[in-house]
Write a protein that binds this ligand. Structure first.
Ligand code: ADP
Length: 536
């Protein structure tokens, strides 16, 4: 038939991304602030050259397509080289989160069967501790050894190659990256990204309603390259010709200095990153850096954070996703009616998690009957399910699919879908509190409590109640030097949540347990207070 096959073959492989960046954006800078305080400047052209040298060096070690190669590193230009160098020779880069607990680190590297480990000198103690327990790692290569050290240095190792290399020409569905979820129960699970899924994800993320990247963008991604592919930013940035400013340390002063000095226009990170920046600016009296936009995700962006950023003229892009969704699922951005909205309405909208980027399908189903799909009416709250070309189908080495027959993946989140497409996340399925047959969002309670000036952190869990099944108890960490009582917290909440949501008790604690990725661990909190009883 005329027209069939009239267009060119073009495999969706990551190598196109770095080839394009080198061809079209060769001179655009990549700046790195290293752990020792030094700074280097390279560009997309040199990243391309080094990635080819790395691919050659890996082949010289006997690494073959499909083999897993690990990195345990912060954000910097050599880590970026590795993203493209490993994929370019057909390998799979396993980005290891150094904050995982020892048992998890042991499990994931052995499970992935990593053959080489690239790491930052800062993580040498972890390497020393784990070396004997990692049974498959044959080579250890350090990204930034101290001068005079006898460790094998990344720059010397790739420096022995000439860069005359043709990328391995594999299939679109070949894997290119492996990320493990931190796993609040059981072992971490591996999510294996493909060349094609990575490409789709990065491409879709380029749209103005997502990352809004173009060659004038200067991005400092705080979200680590070891967690959920740094939200795919390095790939999208290479496509669009973004100037990247990386920092191997996450101290707010360093980040603010870099942002001011390098003309950073946008940044991305979890809420605690922004919190640390606020604290630094308050303590030193400096202004927030003059960003155009800030992407916040990984956990819910609190209201006061959104307000402060918006008042500073920074567009807030509140995003939702998970390792299993590569990770971008939804991003918040202004709609046509934005200009007519009041400041309060804009804040209220930005507190929600935004709309799906093209390619992502969402639906909510009844929490008690997962076959019953709920209406997108802005009210019905249910289990959030997702599907799309960059959503997981099956965990690495798993026997069974992680999705139902129609491809829906159950996210473990609870949310409401609005008629305009906005996702409003209300909780995790395991954390919602069931009181008298109705659901209370633990997250809403926590976020509202965090708005109190004396509250540093808050976490709500359901505690058994003879009449209501469960009732909420709020655990609060006070800010240093501040005082606040239980009744004051309840009074503060009383005009922010429904009356029947108000916690039956507020308990003050010194700390709240966190997961390896810094999120509140409700499971540990529930375990810690397993014997807790409400007073009669
Ligand atoms: P890990 O548990 O390893 O940190 P992920 O980073 O994949 O795993 O975490 C994904 C989860 O983080 C989501 O399922 C959701 O519960 C939560 N999350 C992500 N973004 C947001 C957001 N904007 N608001 C609220 N929760 C979020």
């Amino acid at each position: 038939m005329a027209g069939l096959g009239a267009m060119q073959d073009w495999k969706m492989r990551i190598t196109h991304v770095i080839d394009h960046a080198a061809r079209e954006h060769a001179t655009r800078e990549i700046v790195t602030h290293w752990a020792d305080g030094s700074e280097t400047r390279t560009n997309w052209g040199e990243i391309h050259r080094d990635a080819r040298r790395m691919a050659q060096a890996l082949e010289a070690l006997g690494i073959e397509p499909g083999d897993r190669v690990a990195s345990m590193a912060m954000n910097h230009s050599r880590h970026l080289v590795s993203w493209f160098g490993v994929a370019g020779m057909g390998g799979v880069l396993h980005t290891v989160n150094p904050r995982l607990f020892e048992d998890q680190l042991e499990y994931i590297v052995n499970h992935a069967e990593d053959r080489v480990l690239f790491y930052d000198a800062a993580f040498q103690p972890i390497v020393d501790l784990m070396r004997d327990r990692w049974s498959t790692v044959e080579h250890y290569i350090c990204y930034d050894p101290a001068p005079g050290s006898d460790l094998l240095a990344f720059e010397d190792w790739i420096g022995a190659q000439d860069g005359d290399y043709a990328w391995v020409d594999g299939e679109e569905r070949d894997p290119c990256m492996l990320c493990y979820t931190s796993g609040t129960t059981g072992h971490p699970k591996g999510v294996l990204y493909e060349h094609r899924s990575t490409m789709f994800h990065a491409w879709s993320g380029l749209q103005p309603s997502a990352h809004d990247f173009d060659p004038s963008t200067v991005m400092l991604p705080v979200v680590p390259m070891f967690h959920a592919a740094s939200w795919g930013l390095p790939y999208g940035g290479a496509m669009a010709g973004v100037k990247f400013v990386f920092s191997a340390v996450n101290e707010p002063q360093v980040l603010c200095d870099l942002m001011d000095r390098e003309g950073v226009t946008t940044s991305a990170g979890v809420p605690t990153v922004w919190l640390a920046m606020f604290q630094h600016c308050d303590a030193t009296g400096r202004d927030l850096p003059k960003l155009d936009s800030a992407t916040i995700g990984g956990s819910a962006a609190p209201q006061f954070m959104i307000e402060r950023l918006m008042k500073a003229g920074i567009k807030v892009q509140h995003a939702w996703g998970m390792t299993e969704t590569s990770p971008i699922g939804t991003v918040g951005s202004p709609t046509a009616d934005w200009a007519r909205m009041s400041f309060e309405e804009k804040v209220a909208k930005s507190r929600m998690q935004g709309r799906p980027i093209f390619g992502i399908e969402l639906r909510t189903v009844d929490l008690d009957d997962r076959t019953k799909e709920l209406p997108r009416d802005g009210e019905s709250s249910g289990a959030l399910q997702v599907r799309g070309p960059w959503v997981i189908k099956r965990y690495f080495k798993a026997e069974e699919d992680a999705v139902d027959a129609e491809g829906w993946f159950d996210t473990g989140d609870v949310g409401i879908l609005h008629p305009d497409g906005t996702l409003q996340l209300t909780d995790r399925t395991k954390d919602v509190i069931k009181s008298g047959g109705e659901w209370i969002s633990s997250v809403e309670l926590e976020n509202a409590a965090c708005g109190h000036p004396a509250v540093a952190e808050a976490a709500a869990i359901g505690v058994h109640h003879p009449q209501w099944d469960e009732r909420p108890v709020l655990f609060v960490v006070r800010k240093e030097g501040q005082d606040v009582g239980a009744q004051e917290v309840v009074n503060f909440l009383s005009d922010k949540v429904a009356k029947w949501w108000l916690p039956d008790a507020v308990e003050f604690v010194d700390d709240i347990p966190h997961t390896a990725t810094g999120k509140i661990s409700k499971k540990d909190l529930r375990d810690r207070f397993a014997d807790y009883r409400l007073a009669d």
